[in-house]
Write a protein that binds this ligand. Structure first.
Ligand code: SAM
Length: 295
């Protein structure tokens, strides 16, 4: 029989038995509301053939829900006490516990290969964890993560939004992301002093065939000084404002524009123009724009 989901009494009892005092440093706020667990599992769009990757299983609240929905669960937990105790709570055989830092796991650590990331993430490392896992695990077809509401808003923001920034563009490089609802503080123990939000994402074909790190270097430079025009903001990256202007013009983007108005495809066009246009050389926008593909 499947293990039952954990409510407030079970969470308190489990934590007391394990001698766990939740720490802020590791973002330990545990879910104690079975309805929220059911909601997350349903919103994730899992199929029975999926292999779920959960970062930070904690006391196992979400792990129990996932184990009932997919053919395998990988749970990556940094806290050795929690990692060690998890198999006693989630007795399903199709669970692999990894006592590891999610920021340092590698693709080869997981067999079978994870197809969906579903997690109530430790909030202080949520963005780097999502980006690291998308880079490291091409097998991930998508996911659903719970993060601090402000971070959720940033991750799904589009060009022109006040909160559009590095996390938005980098996630957009990997995936189509959308907001999937808000979660109130009361469903956690201890109760955090922030609201939480769900972000769903589906992996996409990477925009353009320019190296990801070259594109991300442009994104980092553009947003490091987000109030400046791209001509000024990209001067350091390009090797001077004149060269930045030359690259921007070659990419078909106004040197007076700001990073916050560009789509991920436009950042790709800038990286492509820098690669293709020799400094001081002449290059027209048509040389750097992705070609139309007949379907
Ligand atoms: N999934 C559980 C739940 O919903 O009740 C716990 C979520 S709690 C917000 C975050 C969990 O991530 C904690 O168990 C914490 O120990 C773990 N954690 C923190 N940093 C981590 C890291 N870098 N890698 C893996 N796990 C981490």
């Amino acid at each position: 029989m499947a293990d039952a989901l954990l409510g407030p009494a079970e969470i308190r009892e489990l934590a007391a038995r394990l001698g766990v005092a939740p720490t802020k440093k590791l973002g330990q706020n545990f879910l104690h509301d079975p309805n929220t667990i059911r909601r997350i599992v349903a919103a994730a769009g899992l199929t029975p053939d999926d292999v779920a990757l959960e970062v930070g299983p904690g006391l196992g609240s979400l792990t129990l829900g996932l184990a009932g929905a997919v053919k395998h669960v990988h749970a990556v937990e940094i806290d050795p006490r929690l990692a060690e105790a998890l198999p006693a709570t989630v007795t399903a055989a199709h669970l692999t516990v990894h006592n590891a830092d999610a920021l340092h796991v590698r693709g080869g650590d997981f067999d079978p290969a994870p197809t969906m990331l579903v997690a109530n993430l430790p909030y202080n490392v949520a963005v780097p964890v999502v980006l690291h896992l998308l880079a490291e695990l091409p097998s991930l077809r998508g996911g659903l993560v719970m993060v601090q509401k402000e971070v959720a808003d940033r991750l799904v923001a589009g060009p022109g939004s006040k909160v559009y920034g590095v996390p938005s563009v980098k996630l957009a490089w990997y995936a189509d992301a959308r907001a999937a609802g808000k979660v109130p503080p009361a469903v956690f123990w201890p109760v955090p002093n922030v609201d939480s939000g769900l972000v769903a994402f589906t992996r996409r074909t990477p925009p353009g065939d320019i190296d990801r790190s070259a594109v991300f270097a442009v994104v980092d430079a553009a947003f490091a000084q987000r109030r400046k025009t791209l001509r000024a903001a990209l001067a350091g990256w390009a090797g001077g404002a004149a060269r930045a202007e030359e690259v921007l013009v070659a990419a078909g983007i106004s040197p007076q524009a700001r990073g916050e108005s560009l789509t991920v495809e436009q950042f790709v066009a800038i990286a492509a123009a820098a690669k293709l246009s020799p400094p001081g050389g002449k290059l027209s926008p048509s040389d750097t724009q992705p070609e139309e593909v007949d379907s």
